[in-house]
Design a protein around this ligand. Structure first.
Ligand code: MOS
Length: 740
């Protein structure tokens, strides 16, 4: 591997297409004769549809058909298995029956000749309901029907027995609200049929899984379905799995005999395409006299829907980040009248580390130890939950480097003691952590006689830079410039690739692309050493026959690969590879630490994050530009989680009340801290894959909200245990320290 291109920071190779509007997104596709669907959505959260008044809608201009539970073909549910490649999060099909499980559920679909006509007609559909009492939130769910055990639990030692009587202990509960992903590009499907073959453009993080799910639902072979998602306007997890609109669009296209486009309106992106669920997490920690953890319990409950059980594995990090012989992690769910939750950037770990890393701060204070020292004293040196060594773990170095750069050692630990004019300055820190995952993957690479390379894989680039790092990989091995390498992704007609999620795309796809490139070179060598070849006398697997910088070289004699192909009138040398997932020799994880400075002005109740220093150990960095971009983006998303983001539901009826960009607040440029300093440690994890890359998309958000909450405590003396940290929460019962 040369040093040049792997680890460099070339700009996104798809960047120009994106900024010039040339890159097609799902709803940019307009096949001939396309019709438009527009949904009618439930206005109650729980109950039964008792009647549909369709007359006015039917007479509305341009209407072609109206689908609903009495006018929808019989389909099959998908078994929803990721291993089988047909997972969805909401297994109930649209229009399956007249039950309403959440507000904003599809109750009808109008198809018309134009978007405007479809929308106008949809608004004329009358729906009558028999309304049941809605379970509107986690508390109501637990009260009404308790909880159900979830997955991902862990137990070692005797956490309960070592809690009472410990030198120091805390017993605290944290809560996090529903968050909605809010990618800029709305969910959209453009479906067309030709006979019994379905073709669908989708804004998707997982075309192969969607093909598998549609295959099960329609009872047709996967080979008859093509799902395409070459570009998406992000997803953050909401587009990992297919949602009901894609089934509705596919049915509408089949039944009307026309391609149908269906875009999910923004308000329903808060209801029918997943969300991060609400959590309640009880943390019980205890230490000995020396501030060493002796007992740790993390018990989490999250909301799920009435149709499916989604488990937010809040304790996934807790079981391995700190050394503790007595530890329990448990997950439970409770059903509420909301759509089915789904993964949102760092599922489990994002809300889980808000609780864990806030609790560690509280525990350190209770034990009288500096929070930085406390962590350094308690970090695990091996994964005690799996009894495995970490493949590579530089969390101590990350923590110390970031602390140094941040200036943690200048912190006066006394609450409210650090002042700058009107402002009280607070310093907080938290660890961050994410599992490194690598899955099975296929890829194809062609070295073509026109001097270019062509790569295909049915994974996606969700805006993270996947196109670019795949091109870098081929460039690294072949010596071809990035401009000579065409990468095609997001199409099920390409070799099977992974979902773009879990931060596993890089570690999964690069080994497959590299192997396919080597296969193509091998084929080229076969041509070169054949009877008619330039190296007819050389053995085709001879070590002295080398491919370098676009040349096949033997004994000082070099031939450009283009000439090898042209000499035999061949179009290309092709390689296909199928690589496997990670082994279980080690615990593969990424590590890091965030340091946050907040400024609180009690006079005008202004709170802002003024500085962030984060050091992250994600293995080898493939592209320094896009990697930094991922971490910075995740940090800002973490600030959104800390300060702003919460989908509110009316406790009386389960209605989402801020289901729009005006009232669901995400960070904007003005909220960006003046200083965000990201240190990437760049230690290759060669146990994990040949590139040593572990993936980088999610770890940056983990721990951020806790680092902010810990800084807010240091500034204000207020321990905010329920996100988000609205300023109003700091204004209640302002303690004496702030009125100085
Ligand atoms: Mo990520 S939540 O796996 O897109």
């Amino acid at each position: 591997m040369s040093d040049s291109i792997i680890g460099a920071g070339p700009k996104r190779i798809d960047g120009q297409r994106k900024v010039t509007g040339e890159a097609p997104y799902a709803a940019d596709h307009h096949p001939d004769n396309m019709a438009y669907g527009y949904g009618v959505f439930s206005t109650i959260a729980s109950g039964t549809i008792t009647g549909l008044d369709l007359e006015a809608a039917r007479q509305s201009p341009g209407v072609i058909d109206i689908f609903h539970h009495n006018h929808f073909p019989e389909l099959h549910r998908t078994p929803s298995s990721m291993a089988q490649g047909n997972k969805v999060e909401e297994t109930r099909l649209p229009f399956e029956d007249n039950r309403v499980h959440y507000e904003g559920q599809f109750v009808a679909l109008v198809v018309a000749d134009t978007f405007d006509n479809a929308r106008a007609a949809a608004r004329k559909v009358g729906v009558s309901y028999q309304r049941d009492d809605a379970i509107a939130n986690l508390d109501q769910g637990v009260k009404a029907h308790g909880t159900k055990p979830g997955s991902g639990n862990h137990e070692r030692g005797d956490a309960e027995g070592n809690f009472d009587g410990a030198a120091h202990s805390i017993d605290v509960t944290y809560t996090t609200p529903v968050e909605t992903h809010n990618p800029m590009e709305m969910h959209a499907s453009v479906a067309s049929w030709e006979g019994d073959r379905l073709s669908i453009f989708e804004s998707s993080q997982g075309v192969v899984q969607q093909r598998g799910a549609l295959s099960k639902i329609f009872g047709i072979p996967p080979s008859h379905i093509r799902v395409e998602s070459p570009f998406i306007g992000s997803g953050f997890g909401s587009k990992l799995w297919m949602w009901p609109h894609a089934v509705a669009a596919s049915v509408a296209a089949r039944e009307t005999g026309r391609p149908v486009q269906l875009v999910v309106p923004r308000p329903q992106m808060f209801t029918t395409t997943g969300h991060r669920p609400e959590t309640r997490q009880r943390m019980r920690l205890a230490t000995d006299d020396n501030g060493r953890l002796v007992s740790l319990r993390h018990e989490s409950i999250n909301t799920t829907s009435f149709t499916d059980q989604y488990v937010e594995t809040c304790g996934s990090v807790t079981q391995s980040l700190y050394s503790c012989p007595n530890l329990t992690v448990s997950h439970e769910t409770t059903r509420v009248n909301r759509g089915t939750p789904t993964s949102m950037r760092a599922p489990g770990a994002a809300p889980g580390l808000f609780a864990l890393e806030s609790a560690i701060d509280e525990m350190a204070l209770a034990a009288g130890v500096d929070p930085l020292e406390f962590r350094l004293n308690n970090y695990a040196d091996r994964d005690e939950s799996q009894d495995l060594d970490f493949s590579s773990n530089h969390i101590r170095e990350a923590t110390e480097k970031a602390a140094e750069k941040f200036g943690w050692h200048d912190r006066n630990p006394e609450v409210g003691s650090m002042r700058d004019g009107h402002e009280i300055v607070g310093y907080g820190m938290a660890a961050c952590n994410w599992e490194a995952i690598k899955r099975e993957c296929e890829a194809r690479v062609s070295l073509r006689a026109d001097g270019t390379a062509y790569v295909t894989c049915a994974t996606q680039d969700i805006g993270t830079g996947t196109y670019t790092i795949i091109a870098q990989t081929v460039s690294d091995i072949t010596g071809l410039g990035l401009e000579k390498i065409t990468v095609r992704l997001g199409d099920t007609s390409y070799p099977n690739g992974p979902i773009s999620g879990g931060s596993w795309t890089t570690a999964t796809t690069l080994p497959a692309v590299a192997a396919a490139t080597r296969e193509a070179i091998k084929e080229l060598k076969g041509y070169a050493t054949s009877e008619k070849g330039d190296f007819a006398d050389v053995d085709n697997d001879s070590d002295s026959l080398v491919f370098e910088n676009g040349q096949l070289t033997h004994d000082g004699q070099g031939v450009n690969y283009v000439d090898v192909l042209k000499g035999q009138k061949l179009a290309s040398a092709d390689g296909h590879a199928h690589t496997q997932g990670a082994d279980d020799r080690y615990s593969y994880r990424s590590f890091g630490a965030h340091f946050v400075e907040v400024r609180w002005d009690p006079g005008i109740s202004n709170l802002r994050v003024s500085r962030v220093v984060s050091a992250i150990d994600v293995g080898r960095v493939i592209n320094s530009l896009t990697a930094r971009n991922q971490v910075e983006g995740a940090i800002v998303m973490g600030l959104g989680m800390a300060h702003f983001e919460a989908t509110d539901y009316d406790a009386r009826n389960g209605r989402p009340v801020n289901n729009n960009y005006a009232e669901y607040v995400v960070p904007v440029h003005a909220d960006q801290p003046p200083e965000v300093d990201v240190i990437l440690l760049d230690y290759p994890d060669l146990e994990f894959n040949e590139f040593g890359a572990r993936g980088i998309g999610e770890i940056g958000i983990t721990g951020m909200a806790a680092a902010v909450a810990n800084a807010v405590y240091h500034a204000t003396g207020k321990r905010i245990r329920d996100l988000p940290i609205f300023k109003e929460k700091l204004m209640e019962n302002i303690p004496a320290v702030q009125s100085a």
